[in-house]
Design a protein around this ligand. Structure first.
Ligand code: SAM
Length: 245
């Protein structure tokens, strides 16, 4: 994943969408924010998410992400790990037989969500991460993770682009914590709809920090069945929640 190529692509997409001046402004804002976040005080603040790592002897904190991946994150989607209690709340609201479902995290970063999902008896778990540096840390975490509460042992991390992910043909819980800008999310939802058209099945989407809800509201195969301000839950036709959060 080259910084120069990512920046060029980001720049050209920006030019096409909003013109030179606005793209330049966003570039300066991104670089300024990056510089600000690199100050020691901000770095200490990022250690606020480290409790999970202490408890499980893994490395999923955003505090130790190197400058290159943090800078790439400014132009793709910054790495941030999901908060454990919130993740559990999202999964427990589904009331499904987890053993029938494959769990997919698109934009899996250092893999915290993959480890937390492994405490549920999913059929298997797959994470897809674009940045090789984060992907390697996720692989290390998967092999290190040991917990009495682990129920799924088929956990796999893949390095690749979420926009090119081929959805598995089985019932799926798809997890998204803002991995993509709007154009990318549109592609992912289109792929998921195509897969559902070819192979109708139960699919739930847990959308954490749902900034781009409009992408889902235009879907004909997925409908919103629940959520809070922090997340939205979508399901393929016929699925429902017994208890809305
Ligand atoms: C907000 S983090 C979420 C990390 C993890 N899912 C969690 O909740 O703990 C978003 C992740 O998406 C990754 N990402 C950005 N663009 C991507 C793409 N096109 N394909 C796969 N991953 C991507 C980023 O590198 C980042 O690690």
């Amino acid at each position: 994943m080259s910084l120069g190529r990512t920046l060029r692509q980001w720049w050209h997409e920006g030019l096409g969408r909003e013109g030179c001046l606005r793209t330049l402004r966003r570039l300066v804002a991104a670089l300024w924010e990056f510089a600000r976040e690199s100050m020691p005080e901000q770095r200490r603040r990022r250690y606020g998410d480290v409790e999970y790592d202490w408890d499980h002897r893994v490395d999923t904190t955003s505090a130790t992400v190197g400058w290159r991946d943090r800078l790439l994150g400014k132009f793709l989607s910054p790495y941030q790990a999901t908060e454990p209690a919130l993740f559990r709340e999202m999964l427990e609201s589904l009331k499904i037989d987890f053993s029938e479902f494959t769990f997919v995290d698109l934009g899996s970063g250092k893999g915290r969500v993959l480890l937390m999902a492994a405490d549920f008896p999913f059929r298997r778990i797959v994470g897809v991460e674009l940045l090789p540096g984060l992907h390697r840390v996720a692989q290390g975490n998967i092999s290190k993770y040991k917990s009495d509460s682990q129920r799924c042992f088929a956990v796999e991390a893949v390095c690749g682009d979420a926009r090119e992910f081929a959805f598995p043909p089985e019932p799926t819980v798809l997890y998204l914590f803002n991995p993509l800008p709007e154009a990318g999310l549109v592609e992912v939802v289109a792929r998921l709809e195509q897969s559902l058209g070819e192979n109708p099945r139960p699919v739930y989407v847990l959308y954490h920090n749902p900034l781009l809800e409009s992408v889902f509201s235009s879907s004909t195969l997925l409908r919103k069945i629940g959520g809070t301000q922090q997340y939205s839950i979508y399901a393929s036709g016929g699925m429902r929640l017994e208890r809305l959060p």
